[in-house]
Write a protein that binds this ligand. Structure first.
Ligand code: G4P
Length: 527
């Protein structure tokens, strides 16, 4: 294997998707801890509150004590080089969160075992499943009284449409949590609630092994044995192809806070999760292992340093190797540029990166030259597939208070649209034309207002609109004409694509019934 090949195959780039409070920060922290990237568990979370945490660069963040944009964490474990793409989940949920998933080769879905599949998990899952990436599931908080594991698996199938294959299975839960049984190795990891980090591992010959009778209370053991039998007989068979296509999810149980089951998960995950995979471009698939470097911008983060009006463009390297100071072609601008001082994100600290490989994420200083979806390539003029827009959930009509500030207001809007935190629409066939802002998370309205005021000196008027759904419309030409004439609340996006705005699902379904030959796309990829 060449050095390049070795480097690239050692990489695993993935995102953790979950609903707030499922334990993502806790799990991430434990993973970093195993990788030696942090010295003590608790330091990631602790950083949320420290004064100079990398994430509180923005005033609004300081006021609220939350992180507005997602970050990338990088660490090593054994021979693996791991990149975790963090997806913000609280009020700071935004379209960014969706787009970050395009840079991942696989995802870990984290589920709170007491709550099951929650709204935000479902939304993020949909984006992953649209890309067909493998999804691993960690069912968390088994140290508490939680829901029946079978019920959780059923729920995953019902809501998400994915079948599951438990890699391990819990013995008891909550007060009576005995541990997990690994279905492949037949090892049992015993949970010690007094000292969770002291994990005893016992090799068994299977669930019937008498050794278990000594360790587990008979009623819990009987139930466990029944459940394993049921899984073996009626559960889905293990199927790697299905896992790789995202049709079957390997499931792991554990308790992130007790650091229990996390290493078991990590080891399996690293074994199964794909190394960097190729990406579609307009000139065919670009494979990761090749000498020529290329990458695409999936996220732009402004004001990393509020003293300068700079931005960081996050690039996923799709092929080859980056070396410091290399020249690349900015394909959209048809311009050669030097990648001078990209940064990489080791745990939460930024450092200048000397070299990086396909699968890695690097941050590029951006004086305003990048847009979401831009391709950078050492050679060639190919462009990676366009980045889709996803339906916002909150909308507002927006205008500038002082007409004299119109120019800088427009400039600010354009820049913020390029960064991808907001979507800008114009009303269709309506006079006077109105500008409408759409955001996935409501906090973005505040961010927008704050940034227009402070960076562009433009005070704005914002009127919240009742819509909660946007659909990109295509289909039968005649019906489309009718639709354009009769349907209310139509708009066009930045690329002049027609979008219909609806208050709720009911309203949208009415339109769907009325116009059966139109397609209502959930994202801007209207094919
Ligand atoms: P998030 O990033 O997904 O939002 O979740 P986070 O890790 O912040 O965890 C949310 C809450 O769930 C935290 O409690 C955390 O301690 C708890 N938690 C995480 N994993 C487990 C687990 O395996 N078992 C149990 N019982 N709890 C878990 P909190 O009270 O909100 O915060 P804190 O005071 O503990 O920091």
């Amino acid at each position: 294997m060449s050095k390049l090949q070795e480097e690239i195959t050692s990489r695993k780039t993935f995102a953790i998707i979950s609903h707030p409070d499922a334990g993502k920060t806790t799990l991430t922290e434990k993973l970093l801890y195993f990788g030696g990237a942090i010295r003590e568990a608790g330091s990631v979370k602790g950083k949320k509150n420290t004064k100079h945490a990398t994430s509180d660069w923005m005033e609004i963040e300081k006021q609220r004590g939350i992180s507005v944009t997602s970050s990338v964490l990088e660490f090593h474990y054994k021979d693996h080089h791991i990149n975790i793409l963090d997806t913000p989940g609280h009020e700071d949920f935004s379209e960014d969160t969706y787009r970050t998933l395009t840079a991942a080769d696989s995802a870990t879905m984290l589920i709170d075992a007491a709550k099951g599949v929650e709204a935000q998990t479902e939304k993020l899952f949909k984006v992953c499943s649209m890309r067909g990436i493998p999804i691993f599931t960690f069912i968390n908080k088994l140290d508490r009284e939680v829901r029946d594991p079978f019920e959780l698996m059923e729920e995953m199938e019902e809501i998400l449409g994915i079948r599951s294959y438990p890699m391990n299975w819990p013995i008891g839960m909550g007060q009576n949590f005995y541990g997990i049984y690994d279905r492949h190795s037949k090892k049992v990891e015993l949970f010690n609630s007094e000292n969770p980090s002291d994990v005893e591992v016992k090799q068994t010959s299977g669930p019937e092994d008498p050794i278990l009778d000594e360790l587990v209370d008979p009623s819990f053991l009987a139930q466990f044995r029944e459940e394993i039998e049921l899984l073996d007989v009626a559960g889905d068979p293990y199927d790697e192809d299905k896992i790789f296509q995202g049709e079957l999810t390997p499931v792991f149980f554990g308790s992130a806070i007790s650091n229990f089951g996390v290493q078991n998960f990590l080891e399996h995950f690293l074994y199964f999760a794909p190394s960097p995979v190729g990406r579609e471009s307009d000139q065919g698939v670009v494979e990761p292992v090749q000498d020529l470097f290329s990458g695409f911008i999936f996220k732009i983060q402004a004001n990393m340093n509020p003293k300068h009006r700079d931005r960081i463009a996050f690039m996923r390297i799709t092929s080859g190797k980056y070396t410091q100071g290399m020249n690349v072609n900015h394909v959209r601008l048809n311009k050669t540029m030097r990648l001078a001082q990209p940064t990489q994100f080791l745990a939460q600290d930024r450092s200048i990166v000397q070299e990086a490989y396909a699968g890695d994420i690097i941050g590029l200083f951006d004086p305003g030259t990048f847009r979401i979806g831009d391709t950078l390539a050492e050679k060639g003029t190919f462009q990676f597939a366009e980045m889709p827009h996803f339906s916002p959930e909150h909308f507002a009509a927006i205008s500038v208070k002082d007409a004299m500030k119109h120019k800088s207001f427009e400039k600010g809007l354009q820049q913020l649209t390029e960064e991808g935190a907001i979507q800008l629409f114009h009303t269709y066939n309506r006079y006077p034309e109105q500008q409408i802002i759409g955001v996935v998370g409501e906090l973005q309205f505040e961010v927008l207002e704050h940034r227009l005021k402070h960076e562009y000196k433009a005070d704005i008027r914002m009127e919240h609109l009742p819509f909660s759904i946007a659909r990109w419309i295509s289909g039968d030409t005649e019906e489309l004409e009718q639709f354009k004439k009769k349907q209310r609340n139509l708009a066009v996006d930045r690329d002049e694509k027609l979008v219909a705005l609806f208050d709720n699902e009911f309203q949208m379904n009415m339109a769907k019934e009325k116009y059966p030959n139109l397609v209502f796309h959930e994202n801007s990829f209207i094919g």
